[in-house]
Write a protein that binds this ligand. Structure first.
Ligand SMILES: C[C@](O)(CO)[C@H](O)COP(=O)(O)OP(=O)(O)OC[C@H]1O[C@@H](n2ccc(N)nc2=O)[C@H](O)[C@@H]1O
Ligand SMILES: Nc1ncnc2c1ncn2[C@@H]1O[C@H](COP(=O)(O)OP(=O)(O)OP(=O)(O)O)[C@@H](O)[C@H]1O
Length: 299
């Protein structure tokens, strides 16, 4: 096998996000439920005759050497070389960006996770999921979740993951048109960092009784983002007329859950033209898992 084309890198939503503390290195301790959705970047991988890792498409605002895909593949190649005593073949990657940057949808982390899964397969390297997570975590706190590949209750900085059933629903997501820098939100003096912890059974019990998440938890980063970025506040206020609208991650995107696709369509039809908005279905598992199992390989 020399190529893997049309590899999805799906977005995530943080159904709630509690900041429960801060580590001595400044990173924040979180509690969150991560949900995969069926909106995705697309990545194409081809083995090379040389040993270089090359991005063949332009990603505006992200120089090739800073791209999380390239950085993740280089880290994995080093680990491969350490184990095997020689470098793996190089890889060319083409990226079709669909997910907005600084949107709280985890696009960069998801791209990196998909790249790690694809390279592991193309190199027949046999790294375990935990080993791929260890390679990815220093590059982005969300990378372990995407490698975990199913709805997860996350703790720590997002690396302590447990599987959990999420709501079966459709989401309307609004892109307010601003990129929110994650460090600015976590660094804000008015961020509350002492939300009382919840348990997985608190979450699961709420979902069993109510069938949706409304009323459970909140996103602690939201108050800071609203204060700093007026478009986030406006989008939340508008979508909040239809249900329990929330921000995902550190923003800027906001979402609201609906029990059917037709309800989501009705809301979408009303969204003011100034915003990009779309619907997405909750996914139970990462689409790369089935793709790699079927090994739908080009060539
Ligand atoms: C907020 C979330 O979107 C939840 O899914 C993610 O944890 C953020 O993940 P990310 O965008 O990949 O962020 P990273 O690149 O890992 O971190 C960016 C910066 O945000 C801050 N940061 C991030 C994650 C975390 N648990 N605590 C933090 O304080 C740190 O200053 C860090 O330098
Ligand atoms: N392949 C990539 N795709 C997107 N952004 C990338 C990529 N590689 C590096 N980056 C950098 O990462 C930053 C964050 O992008 P990303 O799409 O992950 O944001 P996000 O959705 O807010 O993430 P999170 O939910 O993890 O906070 C971008 O501004 C960009 O500089």
């Amino acid at each position: 096998m020399t190529s893997l084309h049309n590899c999805p890198a799906p977005a995530k939503l943080n159904l709630f996000l509690h900041v429960v503390g801060r580590r001595s290195d400044g990173y924040h301790l979180l509690q969150s439920v991560f949900q995969l959705i069926d909106r995705a970047d697309r990545l194409h991988f081809d083995l090379r005759e040389d040993e270089r890792i090359v991005r063949t498409t332009d990603v505006p605002g992200v120089p090739e050497e800073q791209d999380l895909i390239v950085r993740a593949l280089k880290r994995l190649a080093s680990e491969y070389a350490r184990r095997h005593g020689h470098n793996p073949p190089g890889i060319s990657v083409a990226v079709e960006k669909v997910l907005p940057m600084g949107g709280g949808l985890g696009g960069g982390s998801s791209d990196a996770a998909t790249a790690l899964m694809a390279a592991n397969c193309l190199w027949q390297a046999g790294f375990t999921s935990d080993e791929l997570m260890a390679v990815g975590l220093p590059l982005g706190a969300d990378i372990p979740f995407f490698l975990f590949g199913q709805t997860a209750f996350a703790q720590g900085v997002g690396e302590a993951l447990a599987p959990v059933a999420g709501p079966d629903c459709w989401y309307v997501v609004i892109e307010p048109g601003v990129a929110v820098p994650t460090p600015a939100i976590f660094g804000a003096p008015d961020l509350t960092r002492d939300t009382k912890g919840v348990t997985i059974s608190d979450f699961s019990r709420h979902l069993e009784n109510r069938r949706d998440l409304s009323g459970f938890g909140k996103n602690d980063l939201q108050a800071v983002a609203i204060r700093m970025f007026a478009p986030v506040a406006e989008a939340l206020e508008w979508l909040g007329r239809y249900g329990d609208a929330r921000m995902t991650g550190s923003g800027a995107c906001v979402f609201c859950a609906f029990s059917s696709e037709s309800e989501a369509d009705q809301v979408l039809a009303d969204v003011p033209g100034a915003w990009s908005a779309w619907k997405a279905k909750a996914l139970d598992s990462h689409p790369m898992k089935s793709l790699l199992q079927n090994q739908r390989v080009v060539e």
